[in-house]
Design a binder for this molecule. Sequence first.
Ligand SMILES: Cc1ncc(COP(=O)(O)O)c(C=O)c1O
Length: 398
Amino acid sequence: MSENACLFNPTNIDLKVLAQRAHNLRWAELPTGVIPLTAADPDFPAASVITEAIVRYTSSNYYSYSAPKGYLPFREAMAAYMQTRRSYSVGVEGVLPVDSAAFGIYLTCKTLLNKGDEAIVFDPVDFLFAYSVEAVGGVAVRFPIPAGTDRVDFDSMESLLTPRTKLICLCNPLNPTGKVFTREELLQLAAFAEKHNLYILSDEIWSDIVFQPHAFTSIASLDKTVADRTITVTGFSKSYGLAGMRLGAVMATDPVLFERLFENSLHSTTIHGVNILAQVAGTAALNEAQDWLAGFIQHLQRMRDLTVSRMNAIPGFHCLSPQGCYVALVDVRGTGLSSADLQARLLKEAKVAVVPGLERWFGPAAAGTIRISFATTEEILTTAFDRIEKNLAGLCAS
Ligand SMILES: Cc1ncc(COP(=O)(O)O)c(C=O)c1O
């Protein structure tokens, strides 16, 4: 076993700390004994190089305001990462650190949408897109991408267009189905946006978590014209376990668009801004934690396979193998129970927490599903899956 693989062993998880600190439907918010396979937040501690970088920065005891457009080493690291790993030439001048990918989505909506403007939002997808569109007075128009769709025909979005349509919200890889959009699909989406003069919000927070043989393409890397109508959003909660740092970035190659994002961020007024230590952490993650990340992805690929095979062995469950993300969307309609009833039963009787496929989390297309996060150890997953299997034994015949 490689040194990195040891990092993802049960001995490297501190359940006592998680019980105090892991919120958002996880260990700290659930009764003792419940296993949370809920919010997509890893159980593993972050790479030690990140902590070391924070300690180095803090040793001078200075915590002055950072630059309104962000800490330069972070912006440089982000631009270099996008260039070398994503072939996206955004440059330092096009990178704006923000305090989470969630805020990056909201900031993009705030910048691009006026009251009553429409944005196309996938269905199912994480709630943050529709929530952000609506929070700025826009209208979220759902575009269905059912689990298992091999080839999305983006031209079929034409029927959703109105004179108020301004934006397409792309989530790639797609939480909660784990779909990774192919280059061909993205070329078609880009051509569609070009034809109808639409902006693209590309949320790529999951773009490191992609399982072979699938490959990630950043839509803004396709060409300069596409890049200029795209705002790329990313974050550090998924790949590096830094959710509590509240760090993300929005990126735009069009300087006018970038300045509008900056102005709307209110960073220049100091009303908003990104904690300097979060930016130090993000810099270390990008520059020094790539081996750690490779080990994490390797571990996740094994946990993905375990999750899919165990879920498909449960009568009434059907689970497609996610191409990316560390969540699996399980179709539970075969049990005869609704998502909400099954979630409540598993929580109460099996002491396993999952996310029910409710409209408020993922949109109407998630009905009849539950979402399971597998960013934990094989031992914790096995215990949770044994409990689910035992609880549901005999519920349905096949
Ligand atoms: C697609 C997507 N975007 C954004 C976020 C939020 O990321 P952050 O913690 O940086 O706000 C999530 C978290 O689940 C997500 O799945």
